[in-house]
Design a protein around this ligand. Structure first.
Ligand code: TNX
Length: 607
C-alpha cells in the first residue's frame, strides 16, 4: 500500500500521463462572483433565489408590447445545431395566430411533444394553442405533430415542413418529435423565449428541414460535488441541454469535497460526506426522491442521466463518513480545497468492494439509463497494478447491475468489459493505451479538456474558471472533429461528445450559465451536425441570433467578442437589457492554493 500523505503533495508532473495535466492547481481565481460580466446580468439575481417551477425559465424582464427589439428575421438555416438538410422556400412563411391549434397523431408520444410545444409557445405568444388529436381534414393554419413509420429518420431524426398553410413535424419516435419541436422553437423570433407576452409577429420561415444526429451520445457534465447545486438548478440545466438536442446529463455526484446522493445502505456518505463544499459552504445532497425527480424530468426531455461515483480516487468525502474505507482506517477531516489526486479508498480491503457494490447497486436501481460512470481519474496514490485490479473488479460489479460501465480514459489499461466506454479528457489527441483499449472493444466519449472543458476561462480576464488546459472561447470549443480527434480511434468507435463543467470556482446558477453559454451550443453542434456543415463563419453567424434568445430567457452568458451579436436596441426600446456587456479589466489576481485536508479542519473562509 502506498503511504497516505498527510497533505496533498505537489503533483509530480512526470507521474501524469502524456496528454493530461494535473488539475485544481493554484490557478484558481479569487472566489469573487464572476464580477464584471455577471454583475451586468444580475438584473435577475433576485429571481435567481427563487426556484423556478420545473420546465420554466425564471422570470426575466420580458420584451413587452411597445418595447419589442427590432428582431432580425430568422432564416430557415439559422438553427443550432445545424440540421442535416435545409431547403428554404420563398413566400411560404407561416404565421402563428391566436387561432392556431396543435394537432397530433393519436398516440401518447405525439401528445407529449405537442404539450411541450404548447408550453413553450404560450407564455410569449399569449395564444391558447389547444392540443387535439388530428381528426380534421386539411392543415389550414395548424401545427401538426405526427409519428410516422420512417426508418430513414432513425431514433432521433425528424422532418419539418413549413408552408403558408401550416407546419408539420414528423418523426419515427417521441424523441424525434421533441427535437423537431426544439427546431421549430428556434425558427420563431427570439422573443418566443420571453416568459410573458411579447409584441411580435410570430413568423416561421417557409421550407423544409430533414435532420438526424451524427452521434448517439451528446452530453454535458455538471460537477455537483465541488459546489452543490439543488434540484431546480439541475432541471434548468436539463432545459438548456434539450434546447440544443443534447441527450445525456452526466452528474459528477461524488468527489473529495462532497458526496451528493443518499445511499440507504451507507447513510453517512450523504449525511456526513455531503455536508460541505469547496470554500467551506454548506454543501448538500440529493435524496433518493430528488434524484428520481431529476431523472424523470430529464427523461421527459429525452435526456438520459449518467450518474458518476468517482472511484477509487476523489473519495475524500466518503472517507470522512466511513474511516474504515481509508487505507489507514481513520476518517480524515473534511476537505474544502481544490487539490486533486490525494485520496483513495483502500483497494486491498474487501470492505471497499462491499461499499462499491452497495453504492453502485443502489444507484443502478434508481437510474433507468444504461450507463454507470465509475470515474477512475487521478488516483495518483494507487499503484498501477492495484489500480487496474480495482477497476476490473468495479467493472464486474457494474456488469452485475446490468449496466454499461463508463470511466475517464485513465481506466484504459484495465481489461475490457462488455461495451465499456472511456471518456477522453486528454489535451493532445494522442494516447496509445486508449487506442489499445478501443482496439479491444471500448468506445469513446470525447471531452478533450482543451476544447470541451467548460470550466476553462474564455479569456485571461474571465472572472471564474481555470486555465490549465488553455483558454477556450467559442472558436476553440467549436473547431475540432470528434470523429478524428484521437489518434488510432476511428470515427465508428466514437460514441459522441460531452462538455464537462467542473465547479471548483462555479458557485451559482448564473455562473453555471455563464460558463455554458455560448460554448455549450458549439459542443452540441459537434455532436449533432454532419461534418459537412462544419463552418466557423456560418456557425458564429447562426449563434449570434441566440444571444437575444438567452437574454429573453434570463440566461447569463459570455458576450464573446468572437460572435457578431446583434446590436442592442436603444435602452428605451429594450427594457430587458439582460445581455451582459464586455468584461471589465481583469479581476484581482489568483488566490493561493486552498488548504489540504489536514489544514482544513478550520474550513477555508467562504469567499
Ligand atoms: C480534472 S478531468 C479533473 C477534475 C477537475 C478538473 C478541473 C478529470 C477527469 N478530473 O477533478 O475538477 O480537472 O478542470
Amino acid at each position: 500500500m502506498p503511504p497516505v500523505p498527510t497533505a496533498p503533495e505537489p503533483l509530480d508532473p512526470s507521474s501524469v500521463a502524456a496528454g493530461e495535466r494535473p488539475a485544481g492547481h493554484p490557478d484558481l481565481p479569487v472566489r469573487e462572483p464572476a464580477a464584471a460580466e455577471l454583475a451586468r446580468t444580475a438584473t435577475r439575481s433576485a429571481e435567481d433565489a427563487l426556484a423556478p417551477p420545473p420546465g420554466d425559465l425564471p422570470v426575466a424582464p420580458a420584451t413587452t408590447a411597445g418595447g419589442a427589439a427590432p428582431a432580425a428575421r430568422v432564416r430557415l438555416g439559422d438553427v443550432v445545431p445545424a440540421p442535416e438538410r435545409v431547403a428554404p422556400v420563398a413566400g411560404a412563411d407561416f404565421v402563428l395566430t391566436p387561432d392556431t391549434v396543435i394537432r397530433v397523431s393519436p398516440d401518447d408520444d405525439a401528445r407529449a411533444a405537442a404539450g411541450q410545444l404548447a408550453d413553450l409557445l404560450r407564455p410569449a405568444t399569449g395564444y391558447p394553442l389547444p392540443v387535439g388529436d388530428d381528426t380534421r381534414a386539411g392543415t389550414g393554419g395548424d401545427i401538426v405533430l405526427a409519428l410516422v413509420d420512417s426508418a430513414d429518420l432513425g431514433p432521433e431524426g425528424y422532418r419539418l415542413d413549413v408552408t403558408s398553410d401550416g407546419v408539420r413535424v414528423e418523426a419515427a419516435t417521441g424523441a424525434g418529435l421533441f427535437f423537431g419541436v426544439q427546431t421549430l422553437r428556434q425558427l420563431l423570433p427570439a422573443a418566443v423565449e420571453s416568459p410573458t407576452p411579447a409584441a411580435e409577429r410570430w413568423v416561421l420561415p417557409g421550407g423544409s428541414i430533414t435532420d438526424r444526429p451524427r452521434f448517439p451520445y451528446r452530453g454535458a457534465m455538471l460537477d455537483v460535488a465541488r459546489h452543490f447545486f439543488g434540484v431546480p438548478d439541475v432541471l434548468r440545466v436539463i432545459d438548456h441541454l434539450a434546447r440544443y438536442k443534447l441527450n445525456h446529463l452526466h452528474l459528477h455526484l461524488t468527489d473529495d469535497q462532497g458526496w451528493r446522493i443518499a445511499v440507504d445502505s451507507w447513510p453517512r456518505l450523504a449525511e456526513v460526506g455531503g455536508a460541505g463544499e469547496v470554500g467551506g459552504g454548506p454543501g448538500g445532497h440529493y435524496s433518493r426522491d430528488d434524484y428520481r425527480r431529476i431523472v424523470a424530468y430529464a427523461a421527459e426531455r429525452h435526456v438520459t442521466v449518467v450518474p458518476e461515483i468517482d472511484l477509487p480516487g476523489h473519495t475524500h468525502a466518503a472517507l470522512t463518513a466511513y474511516g474504515e474505507l481509508a487505507p489507514e482506517g481513520v476518517a480524515p477531516p473534511p476537505y474544502t480545497g481544490t487539490e486533486v489526486g490525494f485520496s483513495y479508498v483502500d483497494p486491498t480491503s474487501e470492505r471497499t468492494y462491499e461499499f462499491v457494490a452497495d453504492v453502485l447497486g443502489e444507484i443502478a436501481a434508481l437510474t433507468p439509463g444504461p450507463w454507470l460512470h465509475i470515474g477512475g481519474d487521478e488516483a495518483f496514490k494507487v499503484r498501477p497494478e492495484a489500480y487496474a485490479a480495482f477497476v476490473e473488479r468495479a467493472q464486474r460489479i457494474v456488469a452485475a447491475t446490468g449496466r454499461t460501465v463508463v470511466g475517464w480514459h485513465q481506466i484504459a489499461p484495465a481489461a475490457h468489459s462488455g461495451g465499456r466506454v472511456l471518456q477522453w479528457w486528454g489535451t493532445d489527441g494522442e494516447d496509445r493505451v486508449t487506442a489499445d483499449a478501443v482496439r479491444r472493444g471500448a468506445r469513446l466519449v470525447l471531452s478533450p479538456a482543451n476544447h470541451a472543458y467548460l470550466d476553462m476561462k474564455y479569456a485571461p480576464d474571465t472572472p471564474i474558471g481555470h486555465d490549465w488546459a488553455g483558454l477556450i472561447d467559442v472558436r476553440r470549443a467549436y473547431d475540432w472533429d470528434p470523429g478524428t480527434h484521437v489518434a488510432g480511434v476511428p470515427a465508428d468507435a466514437v460514441l459522441g461528445v460531452e462538455a464537462p463543467l467542473w465547479t471548483e470556482s462555479v458557485t451559482s446558477r448564473a455562473e453555471v450559465e455563464f460558463m455554458l453559454f455560448p460554448r455549450l451550443p458549439a459542443i452540441a453542434e459537434l455532436g449533432w451536425s454532419p461534418r459537412a456543415t462544419h463552418d466557423w463563419a456560418g456557425f458564429r453567424g447562426r449563434l449570434a441570433g441566440h444571444g437575444p434568445r438567452w437574454a429573453a430567457a434570463g440566461v447569463a452568458f459570455h458576450r464573446s467578442p468572437e460572435i457578431p451579436w446583434p446590436t442592442e436596441p436603444p435602452a428605451s426600446a429594450a427594457p430587458q437589457a439582460a445581455i451582459p456587456t464586455q468584461p471589465e479589466p481583469p479581476a484581482p489576481a489568483a488566490v493561493p492554493r486552498q488548504p489540504g485536508p489536514e489544514e482544513a479542519s478550520a474550513p477555508a473562509p467562504p469567499a
